[in-house]
Design a protein around this ligand. Structure first.
Ligand code: ZN
Length: 340
């Protein structure tokens, strides 16, 4: 079968590899149909893996597909079912996994496409428990945005920040894959959404998605605008994933007792912060990484109910690297998808 593999830093090749064997007990064989691109793919491509990994490595962390065969004892899914695939190889046995917190697994083998072989190939075998059925009316391309983009946002906003109807939320980089998802999900429950963007063209598009206020962070100090928009009170929740460039402004945008949730640091991993401000203002800060299997189901249900992911471009498999270059350049509105 064909697989897109990373052989070294910035060295991706489309190669022929052996297809996986028939699925074992509890396993399912999936024909991959669509793969979502994420910043973690860019890090892996640039050689920024934090743990040891064996190269060549099949890339792709976020995917959807169709079940072609099931192993012994598989009961929840059947051949022909359309599924979204969890993006990490978790054990299923530790306390975190048993309680449904797979993203806290104590024995995780790694993130697909980053530490262990991923999904940019024709067939993969997966444990049944790491698959979530895709509802009717949701396409493979849309479903490929559920395991990381939509799932991560669901986990950040609702499990961690406990965002509620009527609250005000600041969403950074509202034109990004997760930014667009956060704007849509927050608007869907009746929140006021303030968002930052890097150019006015993106600003107009985010506004069309429903954002109430758009701030161009290149021309305005966003924390000043946020304080003005909220009558000096600040927002209830900040949705962070930019990191060093925005961190302190994000804290200044929060109201007393506000919540900041972060899942990324694309502008840099180190910063300093005022601890007196942290405790006096009683901020609550949540680090968030990935999502639970339940979050993927919640994300897919939202898609079926009409919260459609914003897809910028769909590439064929041999244009995966073009997608990574686009993602790195930030000239993207929404998600980039590769069909397999
Ligand atoms: Zn586990």
């Amino acid at each position: 079968m064909r697989a897109l593999q990373l052989f070294g830093d910035r060295d991706l090749r489309l190669v022929d590899v052996d297809a996986p064997p028939a699925p074992g007990p509890g396993e399912v064989q999936v024909r991959i149909r669509a793969v979502g691109l994420n910043h973690i793919d860019v890090w892996g491509f640039r050689g920024m893996a934090f743990a040891k990994r064996k190269l060549p490595l099949t890339v792709g962390a976020e995917a959807s597909g169709e079940i072609v065969a099931v192993g012994e004892g598989v009961s929840r899914v059947a051949a022909g079912d359309r599924v979204a695939l969890y993006g990490a190889k978790t054990c299923g046995e530790c306390r975190a996994c048993r309680e449904g917190h797979d993203n806290l697994c104590e024995n995780v083998a790694g993130i697909m496409g980053f530490h262990v072989d991923g999904f940019t190939c024709e067939l993969v075998n997966m444990p049944e428990r790491l698959l979530v059925k895709v509802p009717d009316g949701v396409s493979f391309e849309e479903a490929a945005c559920a395991p990381i983009a939509f799932g991560t946002v669901q986990h950040m906003l609702f499990d961690n920040a406990k965002l509620e109807a009527g609250e005000t939320v600041l969403v950074h980089a509202g034109g990004s894959g997760i930014g667009t998802a956060a704007v849509l999900m927050a608007k869907a429950i009746g929140c006021t959404v303030i968002t930052t963007v890097g150019d006015d063209e993106k600003g107009a598009k985010v506004k069309a998605l429903g954002a109430d206020h758009v701030i161009n962070y290149r021309t305005d100090r966003f924390e000043g605008v946020v304080r003005k928009l909220t009558g000096r009170k600040g927002v209830d929740v900040v949705f962070e994933h930019v990191g060093a460039d925005t961190w302190n402004g994000s804290l200044l945008s929060l109201k007393r007792g506000g919540r900041l949730v972060t899942c990324g640091s694309t502008s840099g991993v180190s910063t300093t912060m005022n601890l007196m401000q942290l405790f006096q203002q009683q901020y609550r800060i949540f680090g968030s990484f990935g999502c639970t299997i339940r979050n993927i189901g919640e994300a897919l249900d939202k898609m079926a109910a009409g919260i459609r992911p914003v897809i910028d471009t769909v590439y064929s498999l041999d244009h995966f690297q073009d997608g990574l270059d686009r993602l790195e350049s930030r000239k993207v509105f929404g998600k980039l998808i590769v069909t397999v």
